[in-house]
Design a protein around this ligand. Sequence first.
Ligand SMILES: Cc1cc2nc3c(=O)[nH]c(=O)nc-3n(C[C@H](O)[C@H](O)[C@H](O)COP(=O)(O)OP(=O)(O)OC[C@H]3O[C@@H](n4cnc5c(N)ncnc54)[C@H](O)[C@@H]3O)c2cc1C
Length: 393
Amino acid sequence: MKYDVVVVGAGIAGPIVARNVAKAGFSVLLIDKKPAIGTPKQCAEGISMTVFKKYDIPYDRRYINREIYGAKLYSPSGYELELRYKEASGVILERKVFDKMLAYYAAKAGADVLARTEAVDVIKKGGRVAGIKAKHEDEPVEIYADVIVAADGVESKIARKAGINTYAPPHEFDSSYEYEMLIEGFDPDLIHLWFGNEVAPRGYVWVFPKDEDRANVGIGINSDNPQTAKYYLDKWLKENNIPAKKLLEINVGVVPVGGFVKELAKDNVVVVGDAARQVNPMHGGGMAEAMEAGTIASKWIVKALEEENISLLQNYTKEWWETDGKRLEKVLKVRKVTEKLTDEDLDLFIQVLGSADAEKIASGNYGGVIKALLKHPKVILSPRRIKLLRELL
Ligand SMILES: Cc1cc2nc3c(=O)[nH]c(=O)nc-3n(C[C@H](O)[C@H](O)[C@H](O)COP(=O)(O)OP(=O)(O)OC[C@H]3O[C@@H](n4cnc5c(N)ncnc54)[C@H](O)[C@@H]3O)c2cc1C
């Protein structure tokens, strides 16, 4: 088989690249090892409303479980902070349908799509990667392509096999555990997040409603923690008297929350999405980041093919690092500071912050909020808190 571009992985990043490159008239093959694209999912399925227009994705009720109007944050001692909008700010997707439909949009744009096709190695010829060795329904196949895209998620092996350094230490990953379950007593129009070093070290517990009485209930903690994410999630459910006997799904996953891959294109190989650790290090959301990286990558793949100049792929690395990379590096800095917060700090901040402050933080505008916090008496009296907050400025 020979294509202009082969894309390994039909999660979020892969289909966006495949669709955009096929739209430009080039031959594309999108492969995924899953027999049913999108299944199983490893995701809490929350995404901002802005992505549909921005990345030209139809707002299709088939993959939208619920519209969400804001968030509620809970501190270790039970202080609450609510952020509620009049208009829906995000949605909880049905990723099993969403991923499959993204692959369908790529197919409609002209790409070939093969499920149950696992890339096992790269083919090297004359010192460069000439294609992919794969197994299609257990039969070996060789797929040759001018450009190879590694969109194969957090456990990516294709970029590594092509010689791109994707290593990160365990501390730069979160372990996640999630139940899709029946749960009552939470406002289903908001997402709910609980913080605390005893609740979820470095991370948070989430309830993302998919229905009035059904939600993704999950947790993310630092991967190098001696206890498992399941231990903390079950403990939280027990402490909150939430029965865990109506579990519709159990998902386990790893989220890269730092150390973005430096070299995103090497010769004719490109790495996108979780495979490049292009995830928001603060909340672990990576779908929008995968869409953004996929959009930048596909722009440069099309240019490189049109101008028959593979070295133009390097502009993907450059553009991503100058735009989203720069933004996410700042978020990573904030995450490293928040890792040092005690439960008392979390209580204080959630107690004194108002919804207007939370809105600013949600939009990435930390400066004004931190300056206001620095004037609070409980902050002024604590040199440690002053130091931590100043690190964020
Ligand atoms: C528990 C959990 C909750 C999360 N919640 C959210 C959330 O609410 N919102 C959000 O934005 N993000 C969330 N994320 C992160 C989000 O799921 C990822 O950032 C996003 O899916 C990245 O997309 P991707 O295309 O890079 O990779 P993936 O979606 O992981 O897709 C990679 C694809 O590659 C395929 N693949 C892998 N290896 C091969 C191979 N060798 N050959 C062929 N195919 C292969 C896989 O089958 C998979 O379909 C969550 C993650 C976890 C684990």
